[in-house]
Design a protein around this ligand. Structure first.
Ligand code: UDP
Ligand code: MG
Length: 312
C-alpha cells in the first residue's frame, strides 16, 4: 500500500448538486474503506440551492484533504467532473456520484485493477433493481441510441464511476478541449489499457435524482453528436429514399392521366404528403442545426465553468 513508507495518494472526485444529505455519509464511508491511503477529496458544488456548500466548507475545515470547488452557476455534471479532474493531484483519480448509488465498497477493487496495470478501470451497472423503471427504460434506450448512431461503443450501464490513472487525467484535461463533454464516450474513444468491474447500485441515499428528462435528452444528444456525423448521413439516406418513392408514385400518376380516363382524387393525400415532407424537412434541419450550434458554441472558447468559491 505504501511506497517508501509514504501512503499512496488517491483523489476522489465527487460532483454534488443539492446533496446536503449525502456528502458527510459518503465522506465517512470512503475514509473508512480507504484508510490505507491518503485520500484527496475534491467535491464540486454545482451551485447547489441547499446546504451542500456550507457542509463542504465545514468538512474542509476539519480535514485538510477535503477540497471543494463551488461553481458560480449550475454548469452540469460533466463540467463538474472536468473541474475535479483538473484540480486532482493523486496518483489516480476516482470519480463517483455523491448519492452513494456508486458503492464505495468497491473502491479497493478498482484500485486493485489499477495496481495490476490498467490505466482506466470503469464500472458497469449490473443489477438495476434499485433503480426506477423509468430510469431503466430511458437508460437502456440511451445506450442503444448512442451505440447505433455513433462510432464509439459505450458499454450498457457504464456511468461516470471510474478510476483513471493520472496520465489519462492529463490527457483528458490538456488534450481534450471540446466544449460538450461526454466522458463515458471519451473514455471509450481514448483507448489505452482498460478493464471494468461490475457493481450493483445502491438506492439513492438521500434526495432525488438531479437528471430531469430534459437533461437526459440533452445529454444523449451531446453523446451522439460528439462522436458521430451518422445522423447527417441518415438525412441523406432518408432524402434519397423519399425521392425514389415519390418518383415511382409520380410515374404512376402521370400514366393514369395519359392512359386512362380516371383522374386521381385526393386532396387529403396531397395535404398529408405536404405535411409529412414538411415535418421531415424540419427534423433534418434541426439535426443540421444541432451540429452547427455545437460548432458555434465551441468557437466561442468559453470556459467550462466559473468558480465562485474554493479552498484550492
Ligand atoms: N449532478 C451535478 N450537477 C447537475 C446534476 C447532477 O453535479 O446538474 C451530480 C449529482 O449531485 C450526483 C451526480 O451528478 O452526484 C449524478 O446525479 P444523479 O444521482 O441525480 O443522477 P442519476 O443517478 O439519477 O442518474
Ligand atoms: Mg444517482
Amino acid at each position: 500500500m505504501s511506497e517508501g513508507g509514504k501512503k499512496l495518494k488517491i483523489s476522489i472526485v465527487i460532483p454534488c448538486y443539492n446533496e446536503e444529505g449525502n456528502v458527510v455519509e459518503l465522506y465517512n464511508k470512503i475514509n473508512e474503506i480507504l484508510s490505507d491511503y491518503t485520500v484527496e477529496y475534491i467535491f464540486i458544488d454545482d451551485n447547489s440551492k441547499d446546504e451542500t456548500l456550507n457542509i463542504l466548507e465545514e468538512l474542509s475545515e476539519k480535514d485538510s484533504n477535503v477540497k471543494f470547488i463551488s461553481f458560480s452557476r449550475n454548469f452540469g455534471h460533466q463540467n463538474a467532473l472536468r473541474a475535479g479532474l483538473e484540480y486532482s493531484t493523486g496518483e489516480c483519480v476516482i470519480s463517483m456520484d455523491a448519492d452513494l448509488q456508486h458503492p464505495p465498497e468497491i473502491l479497493p477493487k478498482l484500485i486493485e485493477k489499477w495496481k495490476e496495470g490498467y490505466e482506466i478501470v470503469f464500472t458497469v451497472r449490473k443489477d438495476i433493481e434499485n433503480v426506477s423503471k423509468f430510469k431503466k427504460i430511458t437508460a437502456s434506450l440511451f445506450y442503444k441510441l448512442i451505440n447505433t448512431l455513433s462510432d464509439i461503443d459505450v458499454k450498457q450501464g457504464a456511468a461516470d464511476f471510474r478510476l483513471l490513472d493520472k496520465k489519462i487525467v492529463r490527457i483528458l484535461i490538456d488534450d481534450i478541449t471540446e466544449y460538450h463533454l461526454f466522458y463515458r464516450g471519451l473514455i471509450s474513444w481514448i483507448g489505452y489499457k482498460q478493464t471494468y468491474i461490475e457493481y450493483i447500485p445502491n438506492k439513492r441515499f438521500s434526495g432525488s435524482t438531479k437528471y430531469s428528462l430534459f437533461k437526459m435528452i440533452n445529454f444523449a444528444t451531446d453523446g451522439i453528436t460528439s462522436f458521430s456525423i451518422r445522423p447527417l448521413k441518415l438525412a441523406i439516406l432518408l432524402g434519397l429514399s423519399l425521392s425514389f418513392f415519390s418518383a415511382i408514385y409520380g410515374i404512376y400518376v402521370i400514366s393514369m392521366a395519359l392512359f386512362t380516363d380516371e383522374t386521381l382524387k385526393g386532396w387529403a393525400s396531397v395535404l398529408v404528403s405536404i405535411l409529412f415532407i414538411g415535418g421531415i424537412n424540419m427534423i433534418l434541419l434541426g439535426i443540421v442545426g444541432e451540429y452547427i450550434g455545437k460548432l458555434y458554441i465551441q468557437s466561442k472558447k468559453r470556459p467550462y465553468f466559473l468558480i465562485k468559491k474554493s479552498n484550492i
